[in-house]
Design a protein around this ligand. Structure first.
Ligand SMILES: Cc1cc2nc3c(=O)[nH]c(=O)nc-3n(C[C@H](O)[C@H](O)[C@H](O)COP(=O)(O)OP(=O)(O)OC[C@H]3O[C@@H](n4cnc5c(N)ncnc54)[C@H](O)[C@@H]3O)c2cc1C
Length: 378
């Protein structure tokens, strides 16, 4: 069965990888501008979040637990990978009491999520031993199972693996139309192809694809910017740092350190970095790691996150449109939940039981038909 996958961020690239590995004839389309995945900070640590939504936690925790399987399926050596590695996470809180409370929550969550690993409250000296750039008098909670992932490298590897499984890949913008008999057509500036199933993994651009087909889509864009710095030290083993606030510090191999990110709700699909916002983030990070103020700035990245009005993600088949699958609304934690969502999309397409109940993430809550398709064509 020929299947199109529109979007090769984390959701589309992983879906294309698993479908092509299962023998489906997959065609991938990815325009790429503003992609959230390749701009993302790269933190995989859902267990220490204060967010209380049960469905979100179930999905994000399953997503974090799934990463080692994904790496294995990609033949990636996790002990020495520039793509994904469990380097641990250091979390700071405003007071020792709040830190102790977080440790208690984490210990409870570990009963069902052993992936969280070892948990301990580290002293300032122990923190410095793990990450010499940090100058602090505070303690922090360390979770050894926390990880960092390079979204850009991961999707590149997933698409390459899909192509070597036989998938076609077009770095082009795709336009979808559907016939009344249930087949789908995708047109790009260079060609047109027909499919019996389509996966729309288009992130914040899902409304742009579905509105012309008569659907309303509850998705809005959120701008996120971050900075990539370079330091002289070897950063390969340094843990991810989550200070109390929204600016995190994520070390990657070869001296690269990412600082970010912003969460801007009023900027639409804008992709222009704001020097002022980047400077504020850098100053905040330098409060904890003063030498970062002197680090070389390598680049600023800007991506667009997709949010629903109740902040919950959705995925599955579009009601009354057999063979049309979607996933969007992954928000700030989509690098964490993206791969497991992709695996469940694959399970749905293959008519297999899904890892989690899909009715917890219902498409029908966010996508509605406003016009019949024939009305639109006329
Ligand atoms: C700055 C920033 C920091 C983040 N940090 C983290 C983090 O630390 N941890 C975490 O878990 N999550 C993080 N996230 C969130 C995470 O990156 C996203 O939720 C996730 O990557 C979304 O993946 P996606 O595949 O749904 O969409 P995207 O990655 O946005 O991919 C969608 C793709 O579809 C393509 N597309 C759309 N329409 C078309 C079309 N018509 N034709 C062809 N291609 C099309 C787009 O060009 C794009 O490439 C961060 C996001 C940002 C922006």
């Amino acid at each position: 069965m020929p299947i199109a996958v529109v979007g090769a961020g984390i959701v589309g690239a992983t879906t294309a990888f698993y479908l092509s590995a299962a023998g489906y004839a997959v065609t991938i389309y990815d325009e790429g501008t503003g992609q959230a995945t390749s701009a993302a900070a790269g933190i995989i640590c859902p267990w220490l979040s204060q967010r209380r939504n049960k469905q979100w936690y179930q999905l994000a925790a399953a997503g974090a637990a799934f990463y080692p399987t994904l790496m294995q399926d990609l033949n990636e050596d996790m002990s020495n990978s520039g793509i994904y590695r469990q380097v641990g996470t250091l979390v700071f809180k405003k007071s020792p009491e709040l830190l102790a409370k977080l440790e208690k929550i984490a210990l409870k969550r570990r009963e069902t999520a052993p992936e969280i690993g070892e948990l301990s409250i580290l002293s300032p000296a122990e923190i410095k031993a793990k990450l010499p750039l940090l100058e602090t008098e505070q303690s922090a909670l360390f979770a050894s199972g926390g990880a960092r992932v390079d979204g850009s490298l991961l999707t590149k590897k997933l698409v390459e693996a899909a192509v070597s499984n036989g998938a076609d890949y077009f770095p082009e913008k795709a336009q979808l139309t559907m016939s009344t008999t249930g087949t789908y057509t995708i047109a790009t500036p260079t060609h047109t192809k027909h499919f019996s199933a389509v996966v729309l993994a288009a992130g914040a651009w899902l409304p742009e694809i579905l509105q012309p087909l008569g659907f309303s889509v509850d998705i809005r864009p959120q701008k996120g910017q971050l900075i990539h710095l370079e330091v002289e030290e070897e950063t390969q083993d340094w843990p991810v740092v989550m200070p109390d606030g929204e600016k995190d510090i994520i070390p990657f191999p070869n001296g690269r350190i990412v600082v970010g990110a912003t969460h801007e709700n009023d900027e639409g699909y804008d992709l222009v970095p704001s020097e002022e916002k980047l400077a504020v983030m850098l100053n905040e990070a330098a409060e904890l790691a003063p030498s970062l103020a002197k680090a070389t700035i390598k680049e600023a990245r800007v991506g667009t996150r997709a949010f629903t009005s109740d902040f919950a993600p959705f995925f599955g088949e579009v009601p009354e449109s057999p063979g049309l699958y979607v996933a969007s609304g992954l928000g700030s934690s989509g690098l964490t939940s993206g791969p497991i969502i992709a695996r469940m999309l694959t399970q749905l397409i293959m008519d297999k039981p899904t890892d989690l109940p899909v009715f917890d993430y219902p498409v029908a809550r966010y996508i509605h038909r406003t016009h019949s398709y024939t009305e639109i064509k006329d």
